[in-house]
Structures are given as structure tokens and as C-alpha cells.
Design a protein around this ligand. Structure first.
Ligand code: SF4
Length: 591
């Protein structure tokens, strides 16, 4: 294999350098493993918005070489949780980084002026972005696409106004419709005065063992296109979950007030497909094409018959956060709200759940109208037109209350009250599965407080028919969380996790000429990376003992019945014990 290279950029003076970091890839495979080791090497206690706080983009040895190894991981200190910021996006970024010749791009510093970066195989440049500053995430991409030419595929990562305002729930948008959504990468980019990063390049690594590579590639390709493993993602996509989840009481509805949504069939994957689906698109080097694009036609001049058409991506998480959880059952209204979210560049889950908190808090009398906090708006579930006004006021920074809403539900509930209504784990707003204890436990204990850390929602659903003990289930959750460190170090799309089995990964490494890996080494490395993330979180102040079940979830009836706070805390303690075992795998320098 050629060497793995890292591009370091300092925005303070525009300098850059390239380092060979093959040794880190040898130790930690790539992606999140390598990125975590680089993050752990930063000084403890750096503010997420300090110029020295890095943004690390990383891909892995399979990126752009094998099908569906399409993701890029971004690592940073999260301004939302205060600890590990880790977010994944597809699109063309992994391909562009590979083409530019960099498996890692690390950005530090604070530019003196709003800027964007261009990176290709020959040069790195910092450009003034004064005319882009203030533009929506959608407009910024259009302008950069027209302005920055390349003979190769380009990837454009940019923030919207929410990131410029350093909102800790701002994400960064990648290409047409992918996002580093969670944990505040957009705010960190904004704090660096960095509007966008444009990456391109045409380098391709020579494949040494061509016959082996071709055989393995074909096997993977057939598994992706001919088996049923990926079909559901292409067909209705994750939006197919809406109705089945509601049927088992697992679809968060009205700020997690119940799991059954009476309007589920109106906002189902089928309903979106029939009324609004206009195109499937795919990340570069993926044959599945699971990204569902809806068309929304809006009237932009109320005086005249003038219309504009937008394409907006949708999936289960977006439908939950702006549909059932706000009790909105019109796909068109959901898309209108999502369009505002896309333009501002917020994480749709975090802003949606924070608005749901505001509605509950308002109705509990905590946001007192006489204090003019909402400036006359009466907040109700199901009232899309008022929620649209709320979003616009947050975007305009209308008053202190609206400015606070883009700091997330945990911040707001600490300032205004209503902690029991803030459905956040480790300060991160909850995803769209209310299936029972293991969904909640997964959000709480996962390194990035995501449903994708350990898929607890799947543990709950399988156990509806299995009746395993809590001891067995928490072990299963922990095993999945650690195994995903290997998948995320290769930065494959997790939809292909059943194709990239241990055996397939080992064969894939061999076929690229990366020798010396066996199952034991793979598993030890995965546990080591998991432990390194936990060590980083601890250094930033995270404690398992601080985790609690959000008040609202202690009384709601989930797919698996009621979840008691005591049982939740017991299982957190059991998970903590299992993690203590991983800590034995920590490299000496992080002990
Ligand atoms: S399955 Fe979907 S998200 Fe995953 S790589 Fe393909 S298009 Fe991207």
C-alpha cells in the first residue's frame, strides 16, 4: 500500500504541511480509530471553540476502493456535550479526500476573516468568503460549485448561518444532501471563521494484488446489488420504519409523550414516496442509492403566481423529529420546515426535539407569555405554521429566548426549567426510536450518544420475542458498540454492516496488501478504540454516574413497556463495568 498521509492546515496563517501517518493506520486501521488517537493527543481542557481545537476529517483504507465504504468521520470536541464530537457523512467527500491523496485532514486555527478552503492534490488555499458569509447552506454550495472548477469530482462541505452564529446544534452539509449533522461541527467551523471546505483530486492508488482484489470486489458488489441486504434502503429507505414503529408503540410522538402516532400512515415512507419522492441519489461509490429526495414547490411571491421548486432529502429521523414528535401529519408541512432547517444548517433532530421541549414547557406554564418570551406565539403540537414562525425567529435571533433555542434542549431546560421535558442523553437530543430500555441505554452509553453507537432500538425489538435477561442484553449492547469501532475505522456505511462481516473485512485488508490482521487483532483494536473514546470523554468531564433517564421517559409506555429509572441506572452501571474491562486495552500513553 502507498503511505497514508495527513494534511494539516492552520487557518491563522494559511500554512499547511503533509505528514506520513501510516504508523497510525497500522495501529488503528483508519477512520475513527486514527482520528480518536489524534484527538487524544490534543491538550486536555481546550474549549471546543478555541482556535487550537482541531477538526479532524478521516477516511479508511477501504474508502473509495470497495463498494459502500463511503463515509467520512469528523472528530472534534463537541460544543453541545462538551466531550467527544463524532459525526459521519457520505456524499463525495471520502472520494475527494482519497483523490487528493489525504486520508486525514486536520484543521486548526482561527482565520482573521470569513474564509473557505480549497484542497487538491497540488495545493491548499485559503480564500476570502465575505460574500458567502450569511448565505444559507444551500446557496453556499451553489455559489461554490459555480466558482470552483475541477476536472475531478469535488466535494463541498459548508455551514449555514446557524454555524456562523456558533450554534452548538449546527451541523455541516456535504454535497447535495448529506450532513455531519450531530454534535455541533457547524458551530466549530463557524468559530474558526470557516464557511466551507472544497476538496478534489484525481490520484488513484495502484492495486498490487489485482486478481485477489477483483475477486473480493465482485463478491462485495454482488452482495450489495444482488442480495436483499441493501434493497430496503433503496426502496422506501429508513422512512419505512415509521408505521411499524408506531404499531409497536415505538415512534416518539408529541415530545416522547407516547409511542403511537395516529397520523403515522400520513407521514409513512409510502406516503412520502407517493406524493413527493422525485429521485434516489447515492454517495460516491455506492450502488444502493438510499438517499430519497422529495420535491417541494413553494410560492415565493404571495402577490403573484411565482413558484420555486426545492429538492429536500428525507428519512426516518427527519420524519420523526418534524413529524410525529411535533404531531405534524402533513408531508408537505414537514418538508417546508425541513427546508428552513436545511438553509440554516441545524441538526434536524436537535432543533426538532428542542422545539418539542419548548412546546411542553410552554404548556406547563414555564414560558410565561406575560414575560413576552415567545413574543406572542402560542406554542402547540401540530401547529406547523407557528413552528415555522419559531424557526424563523430562531434564525433571526429575535430575542433572548429564541436565541437560546439553538443551544439545545439541555441548555434551555437548565435556564428556563422543564428539565423533565428535555429528551436528551448526555446533553444530545434523542433519536427517533422509543422501543424501550435498550434504545435509551444505547443513547446514554454510546460514545456519541447516537442510536448508531450500539443499535439499542434493535435489541429492544428483537427481545420482544426472545426474553433474554438484562445481563445478556447489556453484554450484547456493549459488544455491538465495540464492534462498530472496527466498522467506523474502515468508515463503511453502516447500512452495509451485514455485508462487512469480520471475515469480509479480513479478506478485504489482505486483498489490498494490508497483512497481519486476524480476528483477535481486529477485536482487540476495536475494544482499544472504544476505550480511547471513553478516555477522551472522561478527560472532558463525562461520567457514567451522571447519566439519568429523562423525566418524561420514566412514565411513557414504550414498545417494551414502562422503563423505570432504577433499572436504567442499574444497566448504566453494568455497562460501565464492561467498559472498565476495555480500559485494560488502552495504549500506555493514554492510561
Ligand atoms: S446506502 Fe445510502 S447512505 Fe449508505 S453509502 Fe449508499 S447512498 Fe450513502
Amino acid at each position: 500500500m502507498p503511505a497514508f498521509k495527513m494534511l494539516d492546515i492552520n487557518l491563522a496563517d494559511g500554512s499547511s504541511k503533509v505528514t506520513d501517518i501510516s504508523e497510525l493506520f497500522e495501529r488503528y486501521l483508519g477512520g475513527t480509530g486514527v482520528g480518536t488517537s489524534l484527538l487524544l493527543d490534543t491538550p486536555t481542557g481546550l474549549d471546543p471553540y478555541a482556535p487550537e481545537s482541531p477538526i479532524i476529517f478521516a477516511i479508511g483504507p477501504f474508502s473509495s476502493v470497495y463498494p459502500v465504504a463511503t463515509k467520512t468521520v469528523a472528530l472534534f470536541r463537541s460544543p453541545l456535550t462538551g466531550n467527544l464530537g463524532e459525526s459521519y457523512a457520505g456524499g463525495r467527500l471520502a472520494l475527494a479526500m482519497y483523490g487528493a491523496g489525504f486520508h486525514v485532514i486536520r484543521i486548526v486555527g482561527h482565520a482573521e476573516f470569513p474564509c473557505y478552503l480549497t484542497i487538491d492534490e497540488e495545493k491548499v488555499e485559503v480564500h476570502r468568503a465575505n460574500s458567502l458569509w450569511g448565505s444559507s447552506a444551500l446557496a453556499a454550495e451553489r455559489m461554490l460549485r459555480d466558482h470552483e472548477e475541477s476536472s475531478y469530482k469535488r466535494s463541498i462541505v459548508r455551514i449555514g448561518p446557524a454555524g456562523e452564529r456558533r450554534s452548538p446544534i449546527a451541523g455541516a452539509t456535504v454535497d447535495s444532501a448529506r450532513h455531519f449533522g450531530r454534535l455541533g461541527l457547524g458551530g466549530v467551523m463557524g468559530s474558526k471563521n470557516l464557511k466551507a471546505v472544497v476538496v478534489t483530486g484525481g490520484r488513484y492508488w495502484p492495486i498490487v494484488e489485482k486478481a485477489k482484489y477483483n475477486d473480493f470486489y465482485k463478491k462485495l458488489f454482488d452482495a450489495v446489488v444482488k442480495s436483499t441486504a441493501m434493497k430496503k434502503y433503496h426502496d422506501l429507505g429508513t422512512a419505512m420504519n415509521v408505521v411499524p414503529l408506531s404499531r409497536i408503540n415505538g415512534l416518539p410522538t408529541r415530545n416522547f409523550g407516547q409511542g403511537f402516532f395516529e397520523g403515522a400512515s400520513d407521514i409513512s415512507g409510502e406516503s412520502f414516496a407517493e406524493k413527493h419522492l422525485t429521485q434516489h441519489i447515492a454517495c460516491a461509490h455506492c450502488q444502493t442509492g438510499c438517499i430519497h429526495m422529495a420535491t417541494l414547490r413553494t410560492r415565493f411571491n404571495p402577490e403573484e403566481h411565482q413558484y420555486k421548486t426545492f429538492k429536500i432529502s428525507y428519512d426516518h429521523e427527519l420524519i420523526y423529529s418534524f413529524g410525529s414528535n411535533l404531531s405534524i401529519q402533513s408531508p408537505e408541512e414537514i418538508l417546508q420546515l425541513l427546508l428552513l432547517v436545511e438553509k440554516q444548517g441545524w441538526d434536524a433532530m436537535s432543533i426538532g426535539v428542542t422545539i418539542a421541549w419548548a412546546i411542553d414547557a410552554f404548556q406547563a406554564g414555564l414560558l410565561n407569555l406575560s414575560q413576552n418570551m415567545t413574543d406572542g406565539l402560542v406554542l402547540n403540537f401540530g401547529d406547523a405554521s407557528t413552528i415555522e414562525k419559531v424557526l424563523r425567529r430562531v434564525g433571526n435571533g429575535h430575542n433572548e429566548f429564541y436565541r437560546d433555542l439553538e443551544k439545545g434542549s439541555w441548555f434551555c431546560s437548565n435556564k428556563y426549567g422543564g428539565k423533565e421535558f428535555a429528551v436528551a442523553f448526555g446533553k444530545n437530543e434523542a433519536p427517533g426510536y422509543m422501543t424501550g430500555l435498550y434504545a435509551f441505554l444505547g443513547y446514554a452509553t454510546g460514545v456519541r450518544h447516537s442510536h448508531l453507537d450500539s443499535a439499542g432500538y434493535s435489541v429492544d425489538q428483537k427481545n420482544l420475542n426472545e426474553n433474554k435477561t438484562d445481563v445478556e442484553l447489556v453484554k450484547g449492547l456493549h459488544a455491538e458498540a465495540t464492534w462498530r469501532m472496527a466498522l467506523n475505522s474502515l468508515v463503511i456505511c453502516l447500512f452495509a454492516r451485514n455485508i462487512y462481516t469480520k471475515e469480509a473485512i479480513l479478506e478485504g485488508l489482505e486483498s489490498l496488501g494490508i497483512h497481519g490482521w486476524d480476528e483477535a487483532r481486529l477485536m482487540t483494536t476495536a475494544r482499544r478504540i472504544h476505550a480511547m473514546k471513553m478516555r477522551y470523554k472522561e478527560r472532558c468531564g463525562f461520567r457514567f454516574d451522571d447519566l439519568t433517564l429523562p423525566g418524561k421517559l420514566a412514565s411513557v409506555f414504550t414498545s417494551a413497556g414502562k422503563v423505570s429509572s432504577d433499572r436504567f441506572i442499574q444497566q448504566v452501571a453494568a455497562y460501565k463495568e464492561l467498559t472498565a474491562g476495555d480500559m485494560l486495552e488502552l495504549p500506555d500513553e493514554y492510561r
